[in-house]
Design a protein around this ligand. Structure first.
Ligand SMILES: Nc1nc2c(ncn2[C@@H]2O[C@H](COP(=O)(O)OP(=O)(O)OP(=O)(O)O)[C@@H](O)[C@H]2O)c(=O)[nH]1
Ligand SMILES: [Mg+2]
Length: 693
């Protein structure tokens, strides 16, 4: 492929609610731009962007896919993103490196939950945007209503293409820039003059378009007021400025499946989407000096690029998708990774087309590509030339909102499960996995159940191990609410040297969060000095194992205040045992309590769902701390026990038709109600009885 200057590159990300047609639009664009010979379909599982087994099976995109098309003048990089909320981390990564985003809108459903979410994502990064109202060939498709609702919801929209006859016979669009009628027949476009019956409507929309274009630039606005019109070039320039400044959001339309409007979309991107030189220069940071380093999109400058996605595929290995912000990356380059503080030798560079790749020996500034088999580079890392350890701001991925424990179905392959999960984690920054030694479970956390199900399916496919999700154990704690003391006696006489030690232990409650304190009150050498640490050690071990329900004992002071020893038979082991027994017996004499972890959660829901969500919080033993509002959202802060939060993200979504979100963080421990304590103690006794049977 020939070289394109940065001003000839268009990095465009397709975002939107699930099934609004993003993947189909990308496929149609590739076909229209002659990058592919045959247009694949989502329903047949033959598109270039949905190629993973899980994507084909579900008919939904799961990962962001980088696709490329090139004409004589323009190099297009399209990133197709998922619209399903569990996979929006991919959307964030893609938006971060795009200069323009197109929000696909379903021509019947209009603005949906994820439409608003991804709009906000794009707004967070100031990415210029346009709307593409798709599926206008569906029965009940309604261009007028949907374009008005886009204006109501988001504001500053401008119609640049008008759908003449939405519905099952949809085939005509008026392009308000060229002021022509385009009629489609199986994807082929015929251009004609606007017929008389549509002229009035077209003129009216055109006037709004010209006004919007004029508003983008003071000089244009002045001219427009004076002369009442603008030249075609002035309109184009004004519109382009407005789009790039995020002051104007064009509305385009079509039906991707039949390629209706797709040629217009490709031309629109070429003419109006900002190129890398139109966007503000990226400011990176020198990780050693902390100085700011501005990156200009000059292909001859020092190389700097950002990895926005990594995946691993059987037979290929790890793939790292990148965007170059300055300079040109060439195979053979040695680049520095400031995050891992290591060097990376570049060997295989490719241009990406979803599943397939075309090798190349260099990629220049503003452009995107994929490396195969980097050694120590992850998503979000910067690779840069020379001795400047610079870092470009990485994408911000959504925080985890759901966790689960994973076990192998066969029961005996937990190590294999953990190993596979650790490899899969590398390609998904919104997913994490770790072994919790206290719970003795492998815990995963992420965005939702669908993400977990995909992870399990990959585990089976790539690592041949079948796993399932179970509810994570809760890290309860035991504590005491009163003081008590007891004798701990260890005595064994079994031929030869015996074992002997007695220690009297007193236990008393400490404040919440104070942990464990050991006090030595032995006087007169009733327990020899050298054995006191053994008493402490014996208590600590018992503390970990728990006394009444098998959970760690906390917030307790243990004092050894008396004891006995034997000159020959006493040793460290004897006093360790004596400490342990004394502690256990003393705890049993107190009023015990079981503590549970309480999380502070922040729930964000639409006003309409407040009642349901509040009711649900109290049914989960939650306590509301605070209520407030943020724009159209209601925010509730509450304390909820972790034991009541399993799959909360799912419940919240279904209660709010997908709109509700929550964040959580550990807050503190609190006593569980008496009935729960009884149940936990009973379960522990049953487990012990089972183990000794
Ligand atoms: N009739 C009609 N069907 C379309 C059109 N565009 C897409 N579809 C169909 O709508 C369904 C969803 O299209 P996709 O392209 O997978 O939508 P998406 O936005 O990529 O969906 P996610 O990846 O799940 O977010 C598929 O069955 C497509 O064939 C269109 O313009 N007209
Ligand atoms: Mg898709």
């Amino acid at each position: 492929m020939k070289d394109y200057t940065p001003s000839a590159i268009r990095n465009v990300c397709f975002i939107g609610h699930g099934s609004s047609g993003k993947t189909t639009i990308c496929e149609a664009l590739l076909h229209s731009l002659k990058a592919i010979d045959r247009m694949g379909s989502v329903d047949e599982g033959s598109t270039h962007s949905d190629f993973m087994k899980e994507e084909i099976e579900r008919g939904h995109s799961i990962g962001a896919s980088l696709l490329t098309a090139a004409t004589k003048d323009i190099k297009y990089n399209f990133i197709d993103t998922p619209g399903f909320s569990d996979f929006l981390g991919e959307t964030k990564g893609a938006l971060h490196v795009s200069d323009f985003s197109i929000l696909a809108i379903h021509g019947v459903a209009g603005v949906e939950v994820v439409t608003e979410q991804v709009w906000d994502f794009a707004g967070d990064g100031n990415t210029p945007r346009a709307f593409f109202i798709n599926l206008l060939d569906k029965e009940n498709a309604d261009f007028d209503n949907i374009s008005s609702s886009l204006e109501e919801t988001f504001g500053n929209t401008v119609i640049v293409q008008y759908a003449v006859n939405p519905g099952t016979s949809f085939n005509q669009i008026i392009d308000l820039i060229s002021m022509k009628l385009i009629t489609y027949d199986k994807g082929t476009a015929a251009v004609s003059d606007i017929p008389a019956n549509l002229q009035g409507k077209a003129d009216e929309l055109r006037e709004t378009l010209v006004e919007r274009a004029a508003e983008a630039d003071d000089e244009l606005l002045e001219k427009y007021f004076e002369e009442g019109e603008l030249s075609v070039d002035e309109i184009k320039n004004g519109l382009k400025t407005g789009i790039n400044n995020g002051e104007c959001f064009p509305i385009l339309c079509g039906a991707a499946l039949s390629k209706t409007g797709i040629d217009l979309l490709a031309n629109f991107i070429a003419d109006f989407a900002p190129s890398p030189v139109d966007r503000p220069n990226v400011i990176s940071t020198d990780s050693k000096s902390g100085d700011e380093v501005e990156l200009t999109p000059d292909p001859t400058g020092p190389t700097a690029l950002l990895i926005f996605k990594t995946t691993s595929e059987a037979h290929v290995g790890e793939m790292s998708f990148f965007r170059v912000y300055s300079g040109t990356v060439k195979s053979g380059d040695e680049l520095q990774n400031a995050t891992s503080d290591g060097n990376e030798k570049i060997s295989q560079i490719s241009i990406s087309m979803g599943k397939t790749r075309t090798p190349t020996d260099h990629i220049g500034s503003g452009d995107m590509g994929v490396f195969v088999k980097l050694r120590g580079t992850s998503t979000g890392d910067t690779l840069a030339a020379g001795n400047k350890p610079i870092m470009i701001q990485p994408p911000k991925f959504p925080e985890a909102s759901i966790r689960a424990a994973v076990v192998s179905k066969s029961g005996g392959e937990d190590d294999k499960v953990a190993e596979g999960l650790n490899i899969l984690k590398k390609s998904d920054p919104t997913f994490s996995v770790g072994y919790d030694p206290e719970l003795q479970q492998t815990i995963i956390s992420g965005q939702g159940e669908a993400q977990f199900i995909v992870v399990l399916s990959k585990l089976l496919e790539r690592f041949g191990v079948e796993a399932e999700l179970i509810e994570p154990r809760i890290p309860y704690r035991e504590t005491i609410r009163s003081k008590a003391e007891a004798e701990g006696k260890h005595k064994k006489q079994s031929g030869g040297r015996g074992q002997f030690g007695i220690s009297w232990i007193r236990v008393e409650p400490l404040k919440r969060g104070e942990g464990y304190e050991f006090v030595d009150e032995i006087v007169g050498g009733v327990i020899p000095r050298q054995f006191i640490p053994a008493v402490d050690k014996g208590i600590k071990e018992t503390l970990q194992r728990g006394v009444i329900a098998g959970y760690q004992v906390v917030d307790i002071r243990a004092t050894v205040f008396d004891g006995k020893h034997h000159n020959v038979d006493s040793d460290e082991h004897s006093f360790k045992m004596a400490g342990s027994v004394g502690f256990r017996e003393a705890v049993k004499k107190t009023k015990t309590a079981i503590l549970e972890p309480i999380y502070e959660i922040e729930v964000k829901v639409p006003q309409d769902n407040m009642g349901d969500v509040m009711g649900d919080v109290s049914s989960r033993r939650g306590k509301v701390l605070n209520m407030g509002s943020e724009g159209k959202w209601q925010i509730i802060n509450a304390h909820i026990p972790l034991a009541e939060l399993y799959k909360y993200a799912n419940t919240l979504r279904s209660m709010t038709s997908g709109r509700g979100m929550h964040r959580r963080k550990f807050s503190h421990y609190e006593e569980v109600p008496g009935d729960i304590q009884k149940r936990l103690v009973k379960e522990y006794q049953e487990r012990r009885a089972e183990a000794s049977a």
